[in-house]
Design a protein. Structure first.
Length: 409
């Protein structure tokens, strides 16, 4: 294949197959720097190839992969911290840097990376930005796009452009760095990102308690978060046998103890973990978010007032066996994990629920043909025409293949 021969000449042994990562059976290029990346794009344009930008491939099933992909372009070798200013609370790093490595680097300066995502050892900074992936800390810290101060992007014509800056006062002009958050590589290849950081807390506490049922657990979580608005997270984990509520608190010692007293005032006798024990369990809970294996996941984002109805309907859709539910009441997020791929009828019922609640959905682990059928049946997303015009302006030849959130994109 001409594309493969071109890659071998340009990159030597630094090519592979995307099928090894769970994607289509196409070659994957992993350039070492921006000039090499631009050269790959130039060869792809000349060959008329369609390019799929990715990081480590951990989010390939977050959106639709187009039927035609000729080449995957991974930024996983573009790694390292470019600049870190602990006094300003800002870090700039290359897109292939993993979130775990970046978190460890900023922790040495007494700071914390936002977002706190699952699978941090595999998730790259560019992939997190491209998928607009917020973490379990989203309610207190806000969504990812609030922390992206600037980006460097290689456009379809090979130009390297920058938007925003490493400091809030540098952010001026068009907010391209906001647009690439959640664009899944449709607008260009993100090669560098500047993020706002948070101070590292001195204390960490996790409160866990078993709830009578899902409804009482959601009510208790909302009451705790009303009394503890600076709580880092409150979540419910439910199986057909058990419902557990976990409340994560952190800050300096005085603040944390005050929050703990308020939480226990609502929950009563509970399991209280501190320090390393709390951190370890929090990490275990975080990693349950998308834990691979045979579990297929769906995430629904809705208003907090509708979380109870959404969770109850999810339970009815999944049936009595093999499902797991994760609920973040104040964030309005409900996740359902099936013990195997859901049937077309179950998937259609979930889509219908989202439409009734005017909620957004994100599937993981669905068979591609079922994913395409569900996406094709959806109504056109709000602002589709504007998104199409924006994409055409930045990528007029359609070099970038996606992934896409809708078939018409």
């Amino acid at each position: 294949m001409a594309t493969t021969r071109m890659l071998e000449e340009l990159l030597g042994e630094r090519i592979g197959r995307l099928s090894d990562w769970g994607g289509p059976d196409v070659p994957i290029a992993s350039p070492r720097d921006v000039p090499e990346l631009a050269a790959v794009l130039a060869h792809a344009r000349a060959a008329g190839a369609r390019v799929l930008p990715i990081g480590n491939g951990t989010k390939l099933d977050w959106a639709l992969v187009p039927e035609r992909v000729d080449l995957a372009l991974s930024t996983r070798r573009l790694t390292g911290v470019v600049a870190h200013d602990p006094a300003e609370g800002v870090v700039t790093a290359r897109a292939g840097t993993t979130m775990r490595d970046l978190a460890r680097h900023v922790a040495e300066g007494g700071l914390r990376l936002v977002p706190d995502v699952a699978r941090a050892e595999r998730s790259t900074l560019g992939g997190v930005v491209g998928a607009a992936q917020s973490g379990c800390d989203r309610m207190r810290s806000g969504p990812l796009r609030d922390h992206v101060l600037g980006v460097a992007v290689v456009l379809a014509d090979g130009r390297l452009v920058r938007s925003g800056g490493a400091l809030v006062k540098d952010v001026a002009g068009y907010d391209l760095h906001r647009l690439v958050c959640g664009a899944h590589g449709l607008l260009g290849v993100v090669v560098e990102v500047s993020l706002r950081l948070e101070p590292q807390p001195s204390e960490r506490v996790l409160v866990r308690t078993r709830m009578r049922d899902l409804a009482s657990g959601i009510a208790a979580a909302l009451e705790v978060e009303a009394r503890c608005p600076s709580a880092r997270a409150a979540r419910l984990d439910a199986t057909p046998e058990d419902v557990w509520l976990a409340v994560e608190l952190d800050g300096d010692a005085a603040v944390t103890e005050d929050l703990l007293a308020r939480a226990l005032g609502v929950l009563g006798q509970s399991h209280v973990l501190r320090g390393d024990a709390a951190r370890r369990v929090c990490e275990e809970l975080r990693e349950r978010e998308f834990d691979g294996g045979t579990w297929s996941h769906v995430e629904l984002d809705t208003l907090p007032s509708r979380v109870g109805d959404a969770a109850a309907e999810f339970v009815a859709i999944a049936g009595p066996r093999g499902s797991r539910l994760e609920v973040h009441p104040r964030a309005g997020i409900v996740r359902l994990a099936f013990d195997s791929a859901p049937s077309p009828e179950q998937a259609a019922a979930v889509e219908g629920l989202a439409a009734r609640l005017c909620a957004s959905l994100r599937w993981r682990g669905l068979p591609p043909e079922l994913r395409r059928a569900l996406a094709a049946a959806r109504a056109q997303p709000s602002g589709l025409e504007l998104m199409q015009r924006l994409r055409a302006a930045l990528d007029p030849t359609g070099l970038f293949a996606g992934p896409r959130i809708h078939p018409l994109l």
